[in-house]
Design a protein around this ligand. Structure first.
Ligand SMILES: Cc1ncc(COP(=O)(O)O)c(C=O)c1O
Length: 394
C-alpha cells in the first residue's frame, strides 16, 4: 500500500489508513489477533510489557487488532490516539469516569441520546457528581451554568433525535476558559461530516455501532483524544473492563473501508428526503441541518463538512399516525439503531428516548408524532417513493 503522504481523500483513507500488509504473510487484510493473552519466552521481558513500553500482555488492556482500529478512527478524527470499547455507552461512561471524581460538576445539554441523558441525569448525581443540563441551542445558558468545579462540558451535535446543533468552537472556548474539558458525541455526523477536534474539542466519542461500522451487525464504541488523555481513558477502561473484543474490532475496520462512500450517499439521500418531506401536506416539521429552513443552517455550514444521514420529522396527526407511517414502509424498516446501509425509522418517544419522562421529552421537542430517520444507501428514487406511499397510507 501507499505512503501516508498520498492518503488525502476520504475514500482513499477509508480503504488504506492503518491497513498495512501483514508483515509475516503479505496478506492485504489485517489479521485478527483473537487471543486473550500473549506469552513471553523470557521473564525479563515482562516488566517492559506491563509498563506498556514493549509487547503485549492481555487483551482487556490492549490488542493489536483493536489498536489498529483505535489508530484508524483517531486518524479520521484528527486526534492522536483512541480507545475502543464494547459499546458506544462504554466509551461515553468510561471517558466521563476518566476525568471526574466525587464533588465535580458537569454541564451537559438537554438534548442527549437517551443512555447518555440517563448517565448525566441519574447515574452521576447518584455518586456525588453534580450535573446540569442546559438549553441545547443557547450558549448563554451554558455559560451561566459553568461553575468553579465544572470539569466537563458534554455535548452532542447534531443532537439525537431533533438534529439541533451546538456551536462546538464556542462550547470549547467556554470549557477551556474554565479549566474544563469539552467532550462531544460525534456519532450523528460521523468523521466524514464533522471533525470536532479541529474545532478545539478534547474528546470525541462515537457509537461505532453506527456510521463507523455501517452494517448494523455489531455493537462498539471509540473515544479519540490526545495521546495523554487517550492513555488515561485506556487505564480506566482496564478497570471498568469495557474493552472491545478483536473480532468486532476487525469488523469495524472492514466496515470503515467503505465509510466515505457510504456516508456521502447517505448524506445525499438525506438531503433529498428532507426536501421531499418539507413540501409534503402530511408533514408538520422537518429537522435537518441541510435545509435552509433549519434555524442553525449557517452554523451547520460553518462547522460541518456535510449535513449527515440523519433527520427527523413530525407527521400531522397523532402518535398512531406516526406508528402507521413507520409500519407502512417497504424499503425502510422500523428499528432503533442508525448509521447502517439500510434505511431505518424509529419513534423516539417509545423507543430510543424512553428514559425521559413525557415532560422531559416535551421540553426537548420530542413529540409522540416525531419520526427519526437514519437514511441508508438505497437509491434516492426508491426511498422517496417509499416515504410518499407510507405517508399516504398513514
Ligand atoms: C448518539 C448516540 N450516542 C451513543 C449511543 C450509544 O451507543 P451504543 O448503542 O453503541 O452503546 C447511541 C445509540 O443509539 C447514539 O445514538
Amino acid at each position: 500500500m501507499g505512503t501516508k503522504a498520498i492518503l488525502t481523500g476520504d475514500s482513499t483513507r477509508s480503504v488504506h489508513e492503518e491497513e498495512p500488509y501483514d508483515e509475516e504473510t503479505g496478506s492485504i487484510i489485517a489479521p485478527i489477533y483473537e487471543t486473550a493473552t500473549f506469552g513471553f519466552t523470557k521473564a525479563e521481558e515482562v516488566p517492559a510489557a506491563i509498563a506498556g513500553k514493549r509487547g503485549w500482555v492481555y487483551s482487556r488492556w490492549d490488542n493489536p487488532t483493536v489498536v489498529r482500529l483505535e489508530r484508524k478512527v483517531a486518524a479520521f478524527e484528527k486526534g492522536e490516539d483512541g480507545a475502543a470499547f464494547s459499546s458506544g455507552m462504554a466509551a461515553i461512561s468510561t471517558s466521563l469516569f476518566s476525568f471526574l471524581k466525587k464533588g465535580d460538576h458537569v454541564v451537559g445539554i438537554k438534548d442527549l441520546y437517551g443512555g447518555t441523558f440517563s448517565m448525566l441525569h441519574s447515574v452521576l448525581p447518584g455518586i456525588g457528581i453534580e450535573t446540569v443540563l442546559v438549553d441545547t441551542t443557547d450558549p448563554d445558558a451554558m455559560s451561566d451554568a459553568v461553575k468553579k468545579n465544572t470539569k466537563i462540558v458534554y455535548i452532542e451535535s447534531p443532537t439525537n433525535p431533533t438534529l439541533k446543533l451546538v456551536d462546538i468552537r464556542k462550547s470549547t472556548r467556554l470549557a477551556h476558559d474554565n479549566g474544563a474539558l469539552l467532550l462531544i458525541d460525534n456519532t450523528f455526523a460521523s468523521p466524514i461530516n464533522q471533525n470536532p477536534i479541529e474545532l478545539g474539542a478534547d474528546v470525541v466519542l462515537h457509537s461505532a455501532t453506527k456510521f463507523l461500522n455501517g452494517h448494523a451487525d455489531l455493537i462498539a464504541g471509540v473515544a479519540v483524544s490526545s495521546k495523554e488523555r487517550a492513555h488515561r481513558i485506556k487505564l480506566t477502561r482496564r478497570e471498568f473492563g469495557g474493552t472491545l473484543d478483536p473480532l468486532p474490532a476487525w469488523l469495524v475496520l472492514r466496515g470503515m473501508k467503505t465509510m466515505a462512500i457510504r456516508v456521502r450517499q447517505q448524506t445525499k439521500n438525506a438531503q433529498a428526503i428532507a426536501e421531499f418531506l418539507s413540501g409534503h401536506r402530511k408533514v408538520a416539521r422537518v429537522n435537518y441541518p441541510g435545509l435552509k429552513s433549519h434555524p442553525q443552517h449557517s452554523l451547520a455550514k460553518r462547522q460541518m463538512k456535510g449535513f449527515g444521514g440523519m433527520l427527523s420529522f413530525e407527521v400531522k396527526g397523532t402518535m398512531k399516525t406516526a406508528m402507521r407511517f413507520t409500519e407502512s414502509l417497504k424499503v425502510g424498516s422500523l428499528a432503533a439503531s442508525l448509521g447502517g446501509v439500510e434505511t431505518l425509522v424509529s419513534q423516539p418517544s417509545n423507543m430510543t428516548h424512553t428514559q425521559m419522562t413525557a415532560k422531559e421529552r416535551a421540553d426537548t421537542e420530542i413529540p409522540d408524532t416525531l419520526v427519526r430517520v437514519s437514511v441508508g444507501i438505497e437509491d434516492e428514487e426508491d426511498l422517496l417513493k417509499d416515504f410518499g406511499r407510507a405517508l399516504d397510507s398513514a
